[in-house]
Design a protein around this ligand. Structure first.
Ligand SMILES: Cc1cn([C@H]2C[C@H](O)[C@@H](COP(=O)(O)OP(=O)(O)OP(=O)(O)O)O2)c(=O)[nH]c1=O
Length: 190
């Protein structure tokens, strides 16, 4: 039995390490992440995590772990920005408001699945042009849902959250620990 982390995200690898877990292999899934027409953020996030878990090749007794993080502004899905100008658009839309961050986690063993999604609320302060420009210039927005990362310099823009900090970063560790144990991963035994 091997543990396969189905994710190319270094954040997820680090958050897994927080549980003392090192994956035996890392196999980033390659799926189409375009939302369906009219799809709401939370069902979208669940669907993408599910599809990622099905896309990772593994032996029948391997445990596969995948996740998806989606930033939701009302009914709007903010994915990973295509470029700096889309990141700027996202940050301006998020400025001075509360939004939600959903992370869906899926653990698979053979054709059995264990799934959990965690939603947090994030308040972003009103951003000045100087703050937006400095953040964009630092390049930290790249590859981050919603165009920011709470664990980096954008932490200075976030005075308040409700929910799971590790969920916002990309892998809610409490829920992930439960899913891994449910699938038979020996988290606290040898
Ligand atoms: C909101 C937020 C997102 N993120 C990151 C976590 C995810 O890596 C990324 C969301 O993109 P995802 O599509 O969830 O993941 P990914 O493409 O990086 O990796 P993979 O599909 O291979 O697992 O945004 C942060 O690091 N901090 C934050 O505060």
């Amino acid at each position: 039995m091997k543990l396969i982390l189905g994710s190319g995200s270094p954040r997820r690898r680090e958050l897994l390490a927080q549980l003392g877990v090192v994956a035996d292999d890392i196999r980033p899934p390659d799926i189409n992440e375009d939302p369906h027409k009219g799809e709401l953020p939370r069902p979208y996030c669940r669907r993408i995590a599910h599809e990622k878990a099905l896309a990772v090749e593994a032996a029948p007794d391997d445990i596969v772990l995948c996740a998806d993080t989606t930033v939701a502004l009302g009914r709007r899905i903010l994915g990973k920005p295509r470029d700096a100008s889309e990141a700027a658009e996202f940050l301006i839309a998020l400025s001075g408001r509360r939004h939600r961050v959903v992370t869906a986690v899926v653990v698979r063993k053979g054709d059995r699945l264990w799934e959990k999604d965690v939603e947090s609320i994030v308040k972003m302060k009103r951003l000045s042009n100087a703050e937006v420009n400095a953040y964009l210039a630092a390049g930290d927005w790249e590859g981050k849902a919603g165009g920011y990362a709470i664990q980096g310099p954008a932490g200075a823009f976030i005075p308040w959250i409700s929910g799971s900090f590790t969920g916002i970063v990309g892998l809610p560790v409490a829920e992930t620990a439960n899913l891994l144990q449910a699938a038979g991963y020996p988290l606290y035994s040898d």
